[in-house]
Design a protein around this ligand. Sequence first.
Ligand code: 4NP
Length: 140
Amino acid sequence: MKKIVFVCLGNICRSPMAEFVMKSLTDSLKIESRATSDWEHGNPIHQGTQAIFRKYGIAYDRGKTSQQISARDFADFDCIIGMDEANIRDLKRMAPAEYQDKICQFGESGVPDPWYTGDFDETYELVLAGCRQWLERLNG
Ligand code: 4NP
């Protein structure tokens, strides 16, 4: 089974949203999420993202906490998906040379950070559309 990881700055808003939306769409991938930073390490999924899960009936792990991407993750995952351009820059800086090609941006224009925009509904629309595209790309 292919292993993918969604990565954002804090791993409390966008990447966990993508993780559990994608899990709701498929059982055929191993899916996790991580942060580029350690700023939110150990903290739970943001209330705004949890509210989206409840609004759309998306199952999620209430015990999920923020975890920074590790050297081992770069080796383990087949596909490392950054949620915006800054995440991609940080991931390319962090990843060993041999794993640079695993790093891809989630969507063409990236997913704006609801930590700053406050608009978790916009995030959800972009995450759902992006996850559907990734599913086609990975399974097609
Ligand atoms: P995320 O959002 O990267 O989508 O999880 C953020 C979460 C926390 C911070 C920034 C963005 N922060 O500055 O702590």
